[in-house]
Design a protein around this ligand. Structure first.
Ligand SMILES: [Zn+2]
Length: 153
């Protein structure tokens, strides 16, 4: 089975592999990282069977290494994602994404009455819960909402 996965999403010589993305969040990760505009080779695989998740996706970006503050943004939609840095077909480093303390921009407030939904201001949230599903507290209306109500800008 392992062999087959490797065939579907082939290896890259150097770059970043983002694994353990919930299958439903793969396209959101693509958007958050701005991969639509990349000219590097990108391999995207999804709906693989996973022990940790129901179905998972993998993204491999050839010749690209992301800054932690960029990569941690994907924790919003893929809190269990792992990040592997590949150099010369070797694993250089493997880490798990970290949910940031504050989220600036990126997410829309779930409260329709919130000022941030009516004026041109950058949204701002405090992460008040990281385990058992993310919970964000809006800086402007002080409402707290969970992952299911999160809308990525
Ligand atoms: Zn709000």
């Amino acid at each position: 089975m392992k062999k087959m996965k490797e065939l579907i999403v082939s290896a890259i010589d150097s770059g970043t592999v983002i694994d353990h993305i919930p299958a439903k969040s793969v396209m959101q990760v693509v958007r958050i990282l701005g991969l639509e505009d990349f000219e590097n080779t990108i391999l995207i695989g999804t709906n693989f069977d996973s022990k940790k998740l129901e179905k998972k996706g993998i993204i491999k970006v050839k010749g690209k290494f992301f800054k932690p503050e960029i990569i941690n943004k994907i924790a919003l939609v893929a809190p269990q994602a792992t990040l592997t840095i590949i150099e010369n077909y070797d694993v250089k480093d493997k880490t798990v994404v970290e949910v940031p303390e504050d989220i600036i921009g990126l997410v829309k407030c779930a409260n329709p009455k919130c000022i941030s939904n009516h004026e041109e201001i950058t949204t701002e949230f405090k992460v008040v819960n990281k385990t058992n599903g993310l919970k964000l507290k809006c800086h402007f209306c002080e409402k707290t909402f969970g992952q299911e109500d999160m809308r990525i800008v």
